[in-house]
Ligand binder design. Structure first.
Ligand code: ARG
Length: 461
């Protein structure tokens, strides 16, 4: 078959149904430029081992450069006869350089070590793009936190009023997971930078090629220690898919809060018109679609990860064609995040908070009851009793429709003799928030330090 990389031992060409099944150019063409870079580096190794003379190396490089330009311009595309990106590009190279030279390049390598390397190169580049998009997001969260340094938010557990916190504290709580995602990408990058090139089909090369030359030219680290592992392993791909899924989950949890905060009932946040959508029938609607798409896409990102893990489970070593199924899910994860993150960051950067509304709701639901208990502890009451007394005060107030600061001095002492009027000092939201000066707490001093550290961490990536 014209253009195929194999066929010598076959009496007939492949059945059309097989050709259709086998074809991967519709997704692996995304690797074309990486494949050409790999070929350039492989040519270096071939020349160093004496398989290309100086003139041939120069002509090979020129031909690969020409091929790269044609691919970039769309002047060379995979055709019907091409099984995958590798076969298409070999055809393109031979068109330019002729078969005598172009036909030499495949010596000492296999599509198996090629593809294992190319997917790493692709993911490393996109990891860099995602890194920069995540930094934008952390920056936008930080800016919002700094712009609302004093704003109070009703902190929740079980979605019920729990304790008042600073809005900046809550916002920063969404930034730290993203910082950890950035750390994950960085850690992953060390493993992903090892080079499978030179592993051949599975057993390594007999031609005396130096895989370190290829790795260095590709900007990768050391070659992998084991050619079987190098061609068969995809844990680096799965790990990347996990990081994408975790990013999706982090965005999704933030999204869920934004969606709630944006309801009439909460009324904490208003989304900018440029980052909300309307309804085709209800003229009044302004919907938080970006947050909803983030929430929805996180499911898709998880699916891409689990699909890939299922593909890998139970695969014998070394290369199996199943491994071709790694690319579409992980390419999709990359595409979804690169689409989602700019919109998400724009939404976060432009949302406006109704800080009065949040401050008004913050003390409701007896959210200062813990402060009463802790005030009692500071007066020498043991916590068990303090918890009980504070709970009785809540019940007393609830029955009479009062908030915690509203009972008279007599009523306070009626609930417990320990409840002196001085307890009212802690029954303000500012007093409550600013008393939480323990490490990682919501007191303004701690949060200011926290935001400064967050700003510092951004510089790390
Ligand atoms: N397209 C394959 C993949 O994505 C690489 C080619 C290896 N093919 C083979 N028959 N060994 O994994």
């Amino acid at each position: 078959e014209a253009g195929a990389l194999w066929g010598g031992r076959f009496a007939s060409g492949p059945a059309p149904a097989l050709t259709a099944l086998s074809k991967s150019t519709h997704f692996d063409w995304a690797l074309a430029q990486y494949d050409i870079r790999g070929s350039r580096a492989h040519a270096t190794a071939l020349a160093a081992a004496g398989y290309l003379d100086d003139d041939e190396l120069k002509r090979m490089r020129d031909a690969l450069d020409e091929l790269s330009s044609r691919v970039a311009e769309g002047a060379f595309l995979p055709g019907d006869e091409d099984e995958d990106v590798h076969s298409a590009l070999e055809r393109g190279l031979i068109d330019i350089a002729g078969v005598q030279l172009g036909g030499k390049l495949r010596a000492g390598r296999s599509r198996n070590d090629q593809i294992a390397t190319l997917v790493r190169l692709y993911l490393l580049d996109h990891a860099d793009a995602i890194r920069s998009l995540l930094l934008d997001l952390v920056g936008a969260i930080l800016d919002q936190a700094l712009a609302h340094a004093d704003a109070i938010l009703p902190g929740r557990t079980h979605l019920q009023h729990a304790q008042p916190v600073l809005l900046a504290h809550q916002l920063a709580a969404h930034a730290w997971p993203i910082v950890r995602d950035l750390e994950r990408l960085r850690d992953w990058g060390h493993r992903a930078s090892a080079s499978p090139y030179g592993g051949g089909a599975l057993a390594g090369s007999s031609l005396g090629l130096d895989p370190r030359l290829v790795a260095a030219e590709l900007g990768l680290g050391d070659p992998l220690e084991n050619s079987i592992d190098g061609t068969a392993a995809r844990d680096v791909v799965a790990e990347f898919a996990f990081i994408c899924a975790q990013i999706g989950i982090d965005l999704s949890r933030f999204s869920e809060e934004i969606i709630l905060w944006n309801t009439k009932e909460f009324g904490f946040v208003r989304l900018h018109d440029g980052y909300s959508t309307g309804s085709s029938i209800m003229p009044q609607k302004k919907n938080p679609d970006i947050a909803e798409l983030a929430r929805g896409k996180s499911g898709r990102l998880i699916g891409n990860l689990t699909g890939l893990l299922a593909t890998l489970k139970g695969l014998p070593l070394a290369y199996n064609r199943d491994l071709q199924e790694d690319k579409e899910p992980v390419f999709d994860s990359v595409a979804q995040l690169e689409l989602l993150l700019p919109a998400f960051t724009g939404m976060v950067a432009t949302m406006s908070f109704d800080t009065e509304r949040m401050a008004e709701l913050a003390p409701q639901g007896f959210s200062l009851a813990t402060d009463v208990a802790e005030w009692l502890v500071k007066q020498g009451v043991i916590f068990r009793d303090a918890h009980e007394i504070s709970g009785e005060l809540v019940r007393f107030c609830e029955e009479r429709g009062l908030e915690l600061h509203e009972p008279s001095d007599e009523q306070l002492s009626q609930v417990s003799p320990h409840l002196a009027p001085g307890v009212r000092d802690v029954l303000t939201i500012e007093g409550s928030v600013n008393s939480r000066t323990g490490a990682g707490g919501t007191a303004r001093v701690r949060v200011d330090e926290q935001l400064a550290r967050l700003a510092e961490r951004i510089g790390e990536f």
